[in-house]
Design a binder for this molecule. Sequence first.
Ligand SMILES: [Zn+2]
Length: 465
Amino acid sequence: MTTIKLHNTRTRAKEDFVPISADNVRMYVCGPTVYDRAHLGNARPVVVFDVLYRLLRHVYGSDHVTYVRNFTDVDDKINATALARQKGGAEGTLEQLVQERSDETIGWYLHDMGALGALEPDEMPRATQYIAQMVAMIEDLIAKGHAYAAEGHVLFAVDSWKEHYGALSGRSVDDMIAGARVEVAPYKRNPMDFVLWKPSTDELPGWDSPWGRGRPGWHIECSAMSYELLGESFDIHGGGNDLMFPHHENEIAQSKCAHPHGEFARVWLHNEMLQVEGKKMSKSLGNFFTVHDLLEQGVPGEVIRFVFLQTHYRKPMDWTEKKAREAEATLRKWRALTAGIEPAASAAPAVVAALSDDLNTAGALAELHRLADGDAASLLAGAQLLGLLSQEMGAWADTASVDLSAHADRLSDARASAMQSKDFSEVDRLKAAYLAAGLEVRMSKDGVELVPGTGFDAAKLEGVW
Ligand SMILES: [Zn+2]
């Protein structure tokens, strides 16, 4: 069996991955807060962990991997939208409007991530469905002396776990207090203590609890849901490296204190962040855009995926238009090479080996480039392991439905009559229209050829004549 090597943030080393049970390899990834469309940076962990999910399924069998990714649907921004809608005259209780907003954004999210070729995880729990489990875990943490109630809040007592807290991100509690922007509140015993439960006003969604009507803090949801769905010990926990502290430290503290005999997550994987044209993506820089924006602009989801895969997940990735154009040209070429061909029975060993080396997706793409030189069946099998060249994702590159030879004949005829009449206006008009549709126009004495180039859009050929 293939040995997968993964860089474990917890041990700071690349290790052979050995699952707790090869019959059920378990992975948890922190999912989105569903208050709006996912921006391009949100998509990076989705693609990274989708590749890992596909690799695990390839090695252990698709029935032997359980992938859980949550939806955070308890959030002040979701609530703010729901409240604004209610004040604007929308019908329904606040809870219903909150749910409506979450349903809407979850629908967008699944559509946009699907366009990037991401498989849906086996389980996609929503925080609001696990409130009872969170309350039970918080009660247990209080009973074990790791948490305390104060003024309607429940806080995790960091001092009760002081020697371990910060181990993942490599900080001590004292360093964190010195360096962090911690919320100082009179009811906290230690400024680093974090919220497990907080009170809700009437204008906020809330649930009854032993500490009054309130709602859970963010961190506790992942501990409660991963325990319910994967148990007290599981194999892989993933997320963006912006989640390492405090979110993942807090998840570890909660889970290890609630289930001291469990290991929680054995291997921690963190992806680096995404930039745009060399700059941090931000609304103030005007380079902020969503996956939906790109899809609307006609950038195919497959192209976005390809660009992502060119950079190793532990390196910052730079989204550029140039990369997107080059990716599109490569994919168009590969799709033409593999049209009508059956994929090889299994992915080429070199592709699997690259992926198994801590998800070296750039190395796997380099292998695909080699296979494109003469082995289309292996190219297709390898690309499909990476989630590329699937049938579902190919509509953008589909030129089979367009009869380009008819257009070439038309241009050829126009040229022939222009030779007689010396009026080349129709030839120029057709050439301009074909170029605008993304076709390369090759005219020689032997004839006319139209070749789909970067950005080819068959729809633009409608009405040319
Ligand atoms: Zn989480």
